[in-house]
Design a protein around this ligand. Structure first.
Ligand code: CO
Length: 512
């Protein structure tokens, strides 16, 4: 349904400003929901959960009603005629097309369907938690079967060219197809499985326990905040709090917050997560506030978002040059145990590779393999070539094949992640894509900032942060992920940079 008439210049301008006004109002609602959600996870007393859920549901309903109203549809649909007529500039095009895309995806799903899937996933999530605790997949199985059926229905409602999985993936990584992901992941898997085997058989042994100590939480917080500040996370437009799972959330480019949790014996339990979340939040702080409310001030995709966290967590936070600057500070703040630990042993310990059963505990090398395994399985589930009942069997055999490990129970196996119980199919690949983007971007930054490692080792992270700001952050959704990466690195996404980086870094660490 398109209207034929092309608007005059003045009415086009009027419609565009009307659209921006409506989007800004939606963003105000979004911000309110975001603050309440942040508060729920950070401050709320447990007894408040019922009432808060009602408030959040009410506000989400208001948002949905406004976004899917016939008036709003008419407005955006009218402007879509301008897209076809070629009368809009690139920023206007972005605003109209991205809003239309979001609107279309929502309009294709009937309200009854949304209600059904919300109810089923909310029940399934509770059952999953119980089943995980009891390490009993059978309990969860019928719920997962219901979810798969609904997800297949969702894919057919949304539409797809080749695989129903593509329709779901498109919700997280717009424009990416499962064929593209399959090709990249196969190359990664063929490299990783033997490479991890080599590390396992290497004679170099690394003891990560030398990092253990007795670290007061107050001292940890002080040190971690100083690191986050130094790398460029702005505390004037951000803050650090405690929650049971670390996350970052943004209400506006001038208010992008992060959380962490602490363990007294392990400083890196919190430090790694803070550098990761600060990377996410710096992306949000770098979006342009004058575009707030429009897609021009929204992050491009989950994969690009994850690249911004991984680039700081790994390429910066686990590099020699970064620690050349910070290690003396760390030793000063925590003489025990670090005055006893040489720089080289410290560097190896923070980069220790150990194939594990659990994705969230995985190191830089093995992490992607966990994602690949999940992608292979969930794609088959959605395409209908794998039965839910066979899930534990296939999971365990892949873990054996890829990591050489035996899965002792479902809790440490197929039940470990929450994603499937919440209906998030197509989400996992974005974690690995983020890793690939991160190295490709880093290598490009290294080519354009001469002496980048030198800057880092002197504690000057500004040139690098500014490079990310200029090449990624400020663009919002103006370019597709593909265009953004091509512009920033000169070529489309390729796994070769990630593989070279991993091979070089860890061959050196493990003397391969
Ligand atoms: Co992340």
């Amino acid at each position: 349904m398109k209207i034929e008439r092309i608007f005059t210049v003045s009415s086009r301008k009027q419609l565009l400003s009307q659209l921006k006004k409506e989007l800004l109002e939606l963003a105000h609602l979004g911000t309110s929901i975001g603050v309440l959600e942040w508060d729920r996870q950070v401050n709320m007393p447990p007894g408040g959960s019922g009432a808060r859920a009602e408030t959040l549901a009410y506000l989400a309903g208001l948002w949905h009603k406004k976004f899917t109203s016939p008036e709003f549809f008419k407005l955006v649909n009218g402007l879509m005629a301008e897209v076809d007529a070629g009368t809009l500039n690139s920023q206007e095009l972005c605003i109209v097309k991205e809003t239309w895309r979001d609107l279309e995806r929502r309009r294709k799903l009937p309200t009854e369907f949304i209600e059904k899937i919300t109810k089923v996933t909310s029940e399934a999530n509770d059952v999953w938690a119980v089943a995980k605790k009891a390490s009993d997949f059978k309990k969860f199985q019928p719920y997962l079967e219901k979810i798969i059926t609904l997800k297949r229905r969702q894919a057919s409602l949304l539409g797809f060219k080749k695989s129903p999985y593509d329709a779901l993936l498109d919700g997280y990584e717009p424009g990416m197809t499962s064929d593209e992901v399959s090709i990249i992941f196969k190359e990664l898997r063929d490299f990783l499985v033997p490479f991890i085997g080599k590390i396992k058989n290497s004679k170099t042994s690394i003891n990560p326990d030398i990092l253990r100590g007795d670290f007061s939480i107050r001292e940890q917080e002080k040190f971690i905040k100083s690191v986050a500040k130094k790398i460029g996370y702005d505390f004037n437009t951000g803050r650090l709090d405690i929650s049971s799972h670390p996350f970052s959330t943004s209400f506006h480019p001038t208010d992008a917050r992060i959380t962490t949790r602490y363990r007294e014996d392990d400083l890196f339990y919190s430090l790694g997560s803070v550098v990761h979340e600060a990377g996410h939040a710096m992306y949000e702080q770098g979006l342009l506030k004058e575009h707030f409310g429009t897609p021009l001030a929204e992050s491009r995709s989950l994969g690009i978002h994850e690249s911004q966290s991984r680039i700081w967590e790994n390429l910066v936070g686990k590099s020699r040059s970064f620690w050349k600057y910070f290690y003396p500070h760390l030793q000063k703040e925590f003489p025990k145990p670090f005055t006893e630990v040489s720089f080289e042993n410290f560097y190896r310990a923070i980069n220790c590779v150990k194939p594990s059963l659990v994705r969230t505990e995985a190191d830089e090398v093995t992490y992607n393999l966990h994602v690949i395994l999940r992608f292979e399985i969930e794609k088959e589930l959605i395409e209908g070539t794998l039965e839910v009942a066979d899930l534990p069997k296939i999971w365990n055999s892949k873990i054996k094949e890829y990591f050489g490990l035996k899965v002792p129970n479902d809790r440490l196996g197929v039940l470990q992640d929450t994603h499937w119980s919440g209906g998030s199919f197509g989400y996992f690949p974005t974690y690995a894509l983020g890793n690939l983007y991160s190295v490709q971007l880093y290598e490009s930054a290294k080519r354009s900032i001469s002496g980048l490692e030198e800057y880092k080792s002197r504690g000057n992270f500004k040139p690098f942060r500014d490079w990310l700001r200029k090449n990624i952050h400020i663009h919002g959704k103006l370019y597709s992920a593909d265009e953004l990466v091509k512009k920033a690195t000169g070529e489309p996404l390729t796994p070769k940079y990630w593989m070279d980086y991993i091979k070089n870094k860890f061959s050196e660490i493990y003397s391969l």
